[in-house]
Design a protein around this ligand. Structure first.
Ligand code: ITT
Length: 179
């Protein structure tokens, strides 16, 4: 079977995917990301742009952190906000806040001649301080439900069990196995 390309510039995302799908290769290729509250829409647009340019099969993934008390901010702007204010900035915004509920969401679009979408979510909370050195992005401040560790305190295998991306990847793996 052909290698599957994961089109992403994010090494952290790729390492998580590689742990679940052996036959993949990271590919860097810029594609436009539209502004939408809906991650699925962003992904579908990306696939439409890429499908004539990249050898199939390939997939892309869009994800974000949605914080309850901040009206789901930063959501689809998670990367931009992370680059501007980082985990420390989010902790500042959440200072003295009792409601720390947050959700990570992931949408994967897979193209092998037709487009298939797979979504995953991970409920959890924003910690009161940064902990852990693993992972990327908001991992040091996100504690998934049913755990007392941040994602940054977990190795990739453990994070994948809980995470939005791990969840979406499981659905993708099932699809690949049956096709
Ligand atoms: P692509 O090239 O795949 O688009 P990206 O980093 O630009 O990589 P996104 O546009 O999907 O990815 O941005 C999502 C941002 O949300 C990402 O840069 C992180 O800051 C944050 N994020 C998403 N998933 C995360 C996770 O599992 N752990 C920590 N932060 C995460």
């Amino acid at each position: 079977m052909h290698k599957i390309f994961f089109v992403t510039s994010n090494k952290g995302k790729f390492s998580e995917a590689e742990k679940k799908i052996k036959n993949i290769e990271q590919k860097s290729f810029d594609y436009p990301e539209i502004r939408s509250e809906n991650l699925g829409e962003i992904v579908v647009y990306g696939i439409e742009f890429l499908k004539e340019k990249i050898r199939k099969p390939f997939f892309i993934e869009d994800s974000g952190l949605f914080i309850d008390v901040l009206n789901n901010f930063p959501g689809p702007f998670s990367k931009y906000v992370f680059n501007k204010i980082g985990c420390k900035g989010i902790l500042k915004l959440m200072k003295n806040e009792k409601n720390r509920n947050a959700v990570f969401k992931s949408a994967i679009g897979y193209y092998d001649g037709e487009t298939k979408m797979f979504e995953g979510i991970c409920e959890g909370r924003i910690s009161t301080r940064m902990s852990g050195k693993k992972g990327f992005g908001y991992d040091p401040i996100f504690i998934p439900k049913n755990s007392d560790k941040t994602f940054a305190q977990m190795d990739i295998g453990e994070k994948n069990i809980y995470s939005h991306r791990g969840n979406a990847l499981t659905k993708l793996v099932k699809h690949i196995q049956k096709s």
